[in-house]
Design a protein around this ligand. Sequence first.
Ligand SMILES: *[C@@H]1O[C@H](CO)[C@@H](O)[C@H](O)[C@H]1NC(C)=O
Ligand SMILES: *[C@@H]1O[C@H](CO)[C@@H](O)[C@H](O)[C@H]1NC(C)=O
Ligand SMILES: *[C@@H]1O[C@H](CO)[C@@H](O)[C@H](O)[C@H]1NC(C)=O
Ligand SMILES: *[C@@H]1O[C@H](CO)[C@@H](O)[C@H](O)[C@H]1NC(C)=O
Ligand SMILES: *[C@@H]1O[C@H](CO)[C@@H](O)[C@H](O)[C@H]1NC(C)=O
Ligand SMILES: *[C@@H]1O[C@H](CO)[C@@H](O)[C@H](O)[C@H]1NC(C)=O
Ligand SMILES: *[C@@H]1O[C@H](CO)[C@@H](O)[C@H](O)[C@H]1NC(C)=O
Ligand SMILES: *[C@@H]1O[C@H](CO)[C@@H](O)[C@H](O)[C@H]1NC(C)=O
Ligand SMILES: *[C@@H]1O[C@H](CO)[C@@H](O)[C@H](O)[C@H]1NC(C)=O
Ligand SMILES: *[C@@H]1O[C@H](CO)[C@@H](O)[C@H](O)[C@H]1NC(C)=O
Ligand SMILES: *[C@@H]1O[C@H](CO)[C@@H](O)[C@H](O)[C@H]1NC(C)=O
Length: 746
Amino acid sequence: MSSLSRLLFLCFCFSLLFFSSLSEEDDQYRKTYIVYMGSHPKDQVSSTPLSSHHHMRLLQEAIGSTFAPHCLLHSYKRSFNGFVAKLTETEAKKVSEMEGVISVFPNEELQLHTTRSWDFMGFSEQVERVPSVESDIIVGVFDTGIWPESPSFLDHGYGPPPPKWKGSCEVSLNFSCNNKIIGAQSYRSDGRYPIDDIKGPRDSNGHGTHAASTVAGGLVRQASMLGLGTGTARGGVPSARIAAYKVCWSDTCSGADVLAAFDDAIADGVDIISLSVGPKRPIPNYFNDPIAIGTFHAMRNGILTSSSAGNEGPRPFTLTNFSPWALSVAASTTDRRFLTAVQLGDGRKFNGVTINTFDLNGTQYPLVHAGNIPNVTGGFNGSISRFCLGNSVDRELVKGKIAVCDSIVLPSDVGSLESALGIIMQDGSPKDLTAAFPLPASHLGTQQRPLISSYLNLTRIPTATILKSTELKLEAAPLVASFSSRGPNPTTPDILKPDVIGPGVEILAAWSPIRSPSDAKGDNRKLLFNIISGTSMACPHATAVAAYVKSFHPSWSPAALKSALITTAFPMRGDLYPEAEFAYGSGHINPLGAVNPGLIYNASEIDYIRFLCGEGYNTTLLRIITKDNSTCSPTNSGLVYDLNYPSFALFTYISTPFSQVYKRRVTNVGSTNSTYKATIFAPSELNITVNPSTLSFKALEEELKFEVTIEGKINGSIASASLVWDDGVHKVRSPIIVFDSDTFPR
Ligand SMILES: *[C@@H]1O[C@H](CO)[C@@H](O)[C@H](O)[C@H]1NC(C)=O
Ligand SMILES: *[C@@H]1O[C@H](CO)[C@@H](O)[C@H](O)[C@H]1NC(C)=O
Ligand SMILES: *[C@@H]1O[C@H](CO)[C@@H](O)[C@H](O)[C@H]1NC(C)=O
Ligand SMILES: *[C@@H]1O[C@H](CO)[C@@H](O)[C@H](O)[C@H]1NC(C)=O
Ligand SMILES: *[C@@H]1O[C@H](CO)[C@@H](O)[C@H](O)[C@H]1NC(C)=O
Ligand SMILES: *[C@@H]1O[C@H](CO)[C@@H](O)[C@H](O)[C@H]1NC(C)=O
Ligand SMILES: *[C@@H]1O[C@H](CO)[C@@H](O)[C@H](O)[C@H]1NC(C)=O
Ligand SMILES: *[C@@H]1O[C@H](CO)[C@@H](O)[C@H](O)[C@H]1NC(C)=O
Ligand SMILES: *[C@@H]1O[C@H](CO)[C@@H](O)[C@H](O)[C@H]1NC(C)=O
Ligand SMILES: *[C@@H]1O[C@H](CO)[C@@H](O)[C@H](O)[C@H]1NC(C)=O
Ligand SMILES: *[C@@H]1O[C@H](CO)[C@@H](O)[C@H](O)[C@H]1NC(C)=O
């Protein structure tokens, strides 16, 4: 994770120190645990919900009748079974031994991970739509809540919510829903509402409003961030309805609350879930991961979850959302970037990045290197103040000047530079996670450092100005964002993750006017639209594409929607990235292509159950999860290679010969009579065969089987290939990646 992205996430990571005095005495030995108990008995979803009494009884049975009721914080009862409770370690162990309990794990903190992007991917305002079906699609957005007054969420022309909707609106203060935002709930299982957030579903952060409007915001003409990025802001499915589930607060997001939102959203009747939140570290067991559990139950109820890959790149194994039953989305650039130019007194101009809405009108101001004005009384010298940290720069001496810093500065806390007139940062950190500062600022690279340094040394009165950001059209796009988390898949390396990549850099979308773009004290800019970056922005683009596909094919399963996105993605340029598919999956989302994929790699709950059996999850465990007759017999236990996934990955050893067979089946969703031929694109170190290599379909919905054999010996850390089924109309492309386990040790 780059230093800037770390800094940007700090705001979600500070601890709960000032609440600890509220706890009762023996509660201080208790931690919050999530107790997961699988599905309800079949057909009981939401009809006869279990009561929290049931969970209380279980707790008393495990721990003794002394168990205090206030320690049971929340019961999951609408879509699956389980609860959240404050337990000591010993109590947690006792509970984990109770019959029917699948897993007991600590409630970990999670973290949060516009509109040129649609046109960039060939998805214009005029594309064909099925408005009546699209407006029946309900997108569940799990995030920081929503700003209902945003112009993106006006409900003119919308009828009442579709009849299938069973959710509700948590009306609080002056928050209310409309026919666009048809549901809104907030979740805080510990009841400790932070004082600097708003109780209820209103978004005081902006992140959730941004995500929701990227998926399903209506058209807003002449939208801009104070003049930057002016154009029409729109979501990918502008007619769809939004249900906002606030799971993240100004201090934290928790697994228990995300799971509570899944419990409700599934029962409420959402069609698709967008989740731009993830754990801080990958969790190795699917059933100790609240997001893997929630997305599993969503899948078994026919709901696809689209999730963000994480912002911990570019190191390998940094993905945090990677369940095979959900979609994992990486982040890329579009052909629009924002540049912030710096002009020195001698006329030379350097282009940096940041989102700078301030206009200094071209006026030159004194330029000073922060290393030359340390805060001496504070005990700092120039070798510290050159990095501009905290109070290291003399506030008085920097007043009215533009400061040059040899490092990036935290936008929400510029320290002593708050009295400066502008900031020029110069360092080698990646330039993708662009930020807005509370004063004019530009981020340059290290190559300009000697030029500016010699200008400062050789000029009697050095001056500079910082220009308002301008838009730049880039031919080289999309590129993978450096911050985007990379594969391999930390738990199941033989399943390729991320699945796809989508726009996540400098995205303009709706915002909460009560959070300034820099989040700094004293930044009084109030925005209805903001430009931000992250896999959190890429995920809602993929959610929208899946919803768009669903509006043409309402009966498609979550796996079918996923397959459509994966096999139609625009290939990325592998030569630019040594980590190849681990950066971008099958490629960039392609909304128009995804509607008509030709073939589908389908999968249902039973396929995932087989996969789990093969991964060592046993019958006892699976029966509790599914509450049916699932068994892990040898005939019902599938190899990971045989999960009907639309991509292929093989974890192997360099210079060691291998041969692996993959079983697959594809469903014809193209034309009645069609003959597909397999084509393999592979480097010479791989021999890949497909059997049969021709598939002749006689009907729609017909399913045919084939096998892919991958043989060879890799001589580098990664070998990339692909399989394309082609009927002359559709090109159904699956990426293939073979990689060395010593280069990517688990
Ligand atoms: C909520 O109501 C209060 C009091 O009427 C008002 O001051 C405030 O601006 C309102 N907030 C929003 C977001 O509408
Ligand atoms: C730039 O010019 C505008 C319009 O003349 C003025 O309102 C603004 O204050 C000026 N800004 C600065 C930093 O001088
Ligand atoms: C500057 O301060 C740091 C930390 O206080 C110290 O380690 C360093 O030696 C100082 N440098 C100079 C040139 O005085
Ligand atoms: C120097 O730093 C101290 C804290 O370390 C701070 O209180 C003081 O205001 C700073 N002085 C200047 C001139 O920046
Ligand atoms: C500018 O001066 C500083 C200190 O005097 C020196 O460290 C630096 O190398 C000089 N820069 C250039 C480009 O000459
Ligand atoms: C995929 O499988 C599901 C579950 O078996 C089924 O409902 C669906 O019709 C199948 N086909 C597609 C294209 O989703
Ligand atoms: C099934 O797995 C669970 C959890 O890993 C374990 O406690 C149990 O003993 C296993 N059952 C059998 C029959 O192997
Ligand atoms: C499980 O299998 C038994 C016997 O084969 C059958 O009677 C029962 O209905 C099945 N239960 C479910 C939930 O499918
Ligand atoms: C598909 O092919 C069969 C046999 O060749 C033929 O009878 C049928 O009419 C064809 N259907 C369509 C829709 O072309
Ligand atoms: C790997 O070996 C193949 C031939 O087996 C050769 O064509 C290719 O250039 C080699 N690649 C590397 C990275 O050495
Ligand atoms: C690929 O197959 C051919 C023909 O069977 C064989 O000669 C060649 O050695 C194989 N290459 C690799 C890398 O296994």
